[in-house]
Design a protein around this ligand. Structure first.
Ligand code: GSH
Length: 212
């Protein structure tokens, strides 16, 4: 479904933008994407954006910032498939996993990413990488306890694909790309990640750098 006059200000490797791209793709919503270099933000983007951050969605002149709020809006535009949960308990659990991904997993691994990204390995802060590996291991242990029974042929944190997958898949992919593996120690999480990373919605929304 093409949304007329809807623009997503986007950045390839931003996990919050990737979360929104996953939601758009699974809901078959098409919008115009404008890529922003957050190191060198264009003046027209800064003039529009209340926070200077991506993702930012503009729908018929209305600004919607914050990845989770953008996805709430997409859920109103296109309720199927439901990403935010079917009943209150499921909605709470999904919201908790989304919040954990944004506020715990992201900060836990960011130092390892920032020290590596764009720098030769001789300049990497190895202490930061080791600390991120420990943090990531703690996150995996916490997440491993969060699984609820789902169709084993389509593993999901809750009964089916939800915002929890949209938020967490980019984190897993980025952690893996920056050498913070350790998922193998958690076979259920490994199966979950291996299943989703092969699906078209993952491949078509993943940052191009992953496939260079
Ligand atoms: N809470 C925001 C976080 C968005 C965010 O931190 N985006 C980063 C890119 S990954 C950004 O725009 N950074 C540029 C800046 O802070 O100036 C959301 O969920 O959308």
């Amino acid at each position: 479904m093409r949304q007329s006059s809807v623009i997503l200000y986007d950045k390839d490797e931003c996990p919050f933008c990737w979360k929104v791209r996953l939601a758009l793709t699974t809901k078959s919503l098409q919008v115009e994407h404008i890529t922003i270099d957050t190191e060198n933000k264009p003046a027209d983007f800064l003039a529009l954006s209340p926070t200077g951050k991506v993702p930012l969605l503009i729908s018929n002149g209305e600004l919607i910032s914050e990845s989770s709020v953008i996805i709430e809006t997409l859920e109103l535009w296109q309720p199927n498939p439901i990403l935010l949960g079917k009943h209150p308990q499921e909605r709470e659990r999904i919201a908790t996993l989304n919040h954990y991904s944004d506020t715990v997993v992201g900060p836990a691994i960011r130092d390892a990413i920032f020290t590596q990204r764009g720098h030769p390995s001789s300049q990497w802060d190895m202490d930061a990488i080791e600390q991120s590996k420990r943090n990531w291991s703690d996150c995996l242990a916490w997440l491993n306890n969060q699984f609820e029974p789902s169709d084993p042929s389509r593993p999901a944190f809750l009964s089916c694909f939800s915002l929890a997958e949209c938020a967490l898949l980019p984190r897993f992919a980025i952690a893996s790309a920056y050498g913070l593996h350790q998922v193998k120690e958690f076979p259920e999480l490994q199966r979950w990640f291996d299943y989703h990373r092969q699906q078209p919605y993952f491949v078509t929304t993943a940052p191009a750098v992953f496939y260079d």
